[in-house]
Design a binder for this molecule. Structure first.
Ligand code: LLP
Length: 451
């Protein structure tokens, strides 16, 4: 996927390059870095840091562009946003208004989606381990489709639907054994990955499932991996799926729907990001003439560029290397420490573009050596305590993967929309962290304290 954590100053994009490729982000001579028309320093002053910012217009623009790519090819397709990438109610409301449904992976996401007013008929449930309670909720809410990931789950769904007196719609999620050519930790469609049903067994299973009374198989689903940058693996996976559709039909069964999953990659650093048109083209070419209802489950492509993690420099630490210690950390943005991912890191101050730079290691305050956002990264040489720093493209798998490690409360979230902005999630307090903990009475009983 993106470049390894040690940046290469020789090939890293400059601040100008970063701005040129991000239409929502501008540098103002007086206000410094501005996102969707709102100066970031204004938000930092009012809300504090670290703080997550989402740009509503960026989200809408991308939602429309993705849809338009399929419309341009006259290819009807349903869009199910992979809400694991960004699951705030405001995000879901915006995408609902854009006609999107959601791909969920837990009962919690189902509750969130329903609460955001997403119709059950626009909810698809993926995931390798759905509990009985989660399957029951899916059946009771009569969601569009459960993507079943194993033989065992198929039969369990049948039992649960029977107990509810319902017939559940399901698709078999196939593991096509295709290498998505991305980071190992976000590949999902290779033999040996835990996801989906081995493609060689899927056709026989489809036939077998025809006898189930309480599950109606509507088709096949696949998700190959995430941050995919080339057409090849998409083409290979979808061709395999199309062959399977033909085989299943030849065996006398109905295949109504194919869910193509997510995975479309973006430019974080200098990747040549595929366009939605590439995806639409590959789907049209491989699955377009099968007469099936098509759907996709994009997450990152929609949400990553909508997000900024705004942070303040706690300290600079001279040495070899020189460190910039931010008030954001791996508990906020886990991606660099988990996947060695590269995120654009920009100064917010107006002179940020013109100041001479030097190379810094940019780290958080968490007590882990892996709490590093970037090594050898260019930032102004005079970066100092109190300066604001923006971490770019953090809208996907950013806030949603935060933890409270080191008793660091979850940071605030802010939404910008057409020049307006508001806090959409108050910063968590340490008191809230402690409030849900209880100490058993026997520990507090008199006589236990030797202090
Ligand atoms: N559908 C299914 C069944 C998935 O498992 C995923 C992502 C998606 C759709 C959406 O994929 P996307 O369009 O976002 O690539 N935390 C990692 C990414 C994990 C992706 C997991 N599944 C990261 O930060 O890179």
């Amino acid at each position: 996927m993106s470049a390894p954590l040690p940046s290469d100053p020789a090939t890293d994009p400059s601040f100008h390059d970063m701005l040129d490729t991000r239409p929502s982000l501008t540098m103002d001579a007086r206000d410094g870095l501005v996102f969707e028309g709102v100066p970031l320093h204004v938000i930092a002053a009012a809300v504090g840091t670290p703080c997550w910012i989402t740009g509503a217009e960026t989200l809408r623009r991308r939602a429309k562009a993705l849809r338009a790519a399929f419309e341009a090819r006259n290819l009807p397709i349903s869009m199910h946003f992979a809400m694991k990438s960004q699951d705030h109610q405001a995000t879901l409301a915006i995408l609902r208004q854009c006609g999107y449904g959601v791909d969920i992976v837990s009962g919690g996401e189902m509750q969130r989606a329903l609460h955001a007013g997403i119709q059950p008929s626009k909810i698809v449930f993926s995931g390798v381990g759905k509990s009985d309670a989660e399957l029951r909720a899916a059946v009771e809410h009569d969601i569009a489709q459960v993507n079943v990931e194993s033989v065992e789950e198929l039969y369990r769904l049948d039992d649960i639907a029977r107990a509810c007196g319902r017939v559940a719609r399901a698709a078999l999620r196939v593991n096509p054994d295709v290498d998505a050519d991305t980071h190992d930790k976000i590949s999902t469609g290779r033999a040996g990955d835990k996801f989906g049903i081995e493609h060689r067994r899927a056709v026989a299973l489809y036939s077998e499932a025809a006898s189930l009374k309480n599950v109606r198989l509507v088709g096949l689903a696949v998700h190959l991996g995430s941050q995919m940058l080339t057409a090849g693996p998409f083409r290979e996976g979808y061709t395999r799926l199309a062959d399977m559709v033909r085989e299943i039909r030849a065996a006398g069964h109905t295949v109504e729907a194919v869910d193509c999953g997510g995975g479309l990659g973006i430019r974080y650093r200098d990747e040549i990001a595929p366009s939605p048109d590439m995806l639409a083209g590959v789907i049209a070419e491989t699955l377009g003439d099968l007469g099936v209802r098509l759907s996709i489950e994009p997450g990152r492509w929609l949400s990553a560029p909508t997000g900024i993690l705004l942070s303040r420099v706690i300290e600079t630490k001279a040495g070899n290397p020189d460190f910039v210690v931010l008030d954001a950390a791996m508990n906020d943005l886990a991606r660099p420490s988990l996947y060695e991912s590269w995120h654009g890191i920009m100064p917010v101050a107006p002179n940020g573009l013109t100041s001479p730079t030097k190379l810094w290691d940019i780290v958080g305050p968490v007590c882990e050596s892996s709490d590093i956002f970037a090594r050898d990264r260019a930032l102004p040489a005079d970066t100092k305590r109190g300066d604001l720093i923006a971490l770019l493209d953090t809208g996907a798998y950013g806030f949603v993967m935060s933890s409270t490690y080191n008793s660091r409360p979850l940071a605030a979230q802010v939404l910008i929309d057409n020049g307006k902005w508001d806090i959409i999630r108050q910063p968590q307090s340490v008191a809230e962290l402690i409030a849900v903990e209880t100490v058993p009475e026997w520990l507090t009983a008199a006589g236990n304290d030797h202090g």
